[in-house]
Design a protein around this ligand. Structure first.
Ligand SMILES: [Zn+2]
Length: 147
């Protein structure tokens, strides 16, 4: 079947039944179906839980959650929502770039002082004021990903 959103050919038969049924019903590939479902999930969230920044989708999870796993390893971010609310989080999760076909459904609603930069083959979130990535950070990234 051809995805009615992005035009990619897809085969829903390799997915679990619930996912397969949704893909068939919506005539969408796995990824487009995920973004469609995200629209519905986001609508259920209280304000200031979902942040769209520069076309990237983030979720601000519970600050008090008892888990050793925190988004971005527990790094602290200040999210400036466009309505003037600032949210400080140490449990931010990133769901990735919103594909162009879905971009108008997910308008930016916030800003922060970070940007994605490509180092080697990976993307890293670095402070916006950094124009050039310092060698020390590149060396660290290369160690982490084993270039
Ligand atoms: Zn698609």
């Amino acid at each position: 079947m051809k995805c009615k959103v992005c035009g990619e050919e897809f085969d829903s038969s390799q997915y679990y039944k619930d996912t397969k049924d949704a893909m068939d019903e919506h005539q969408m590939c796995f990824y487009c179906n995920l973004w469609k479902e995200k629209i519905e999930q986001d609508a259920q969230q209280p304000p200031h839980k979902v942040a769209i920044i520069d076309g990237v989708h983030y979720y601000i999870d519970d600050e008090n959650v008892v888990s050793e796993f925190r988004g971005f390893g527990g790094d602290k971010f200040v999210i400036h929502f466009n309505d003037g609310t600032d949210v400080i989080t140490t449990n931010l999760w990133c769901q990735g770039d919103i594909p162009p076909q879905w971009r108008d459904k997910f308008p930016d609603n916030a800003k922060f002082d970070w940007q994605w930069k490509k180092i080697g083959n990976n993307n890293y979130l670095v402070p916006k004021e950094i124009e050039e990535i310092p060698d020390s950070l590149i060396a660290q990234a290369e160690t982490n990903i084993g270039i």
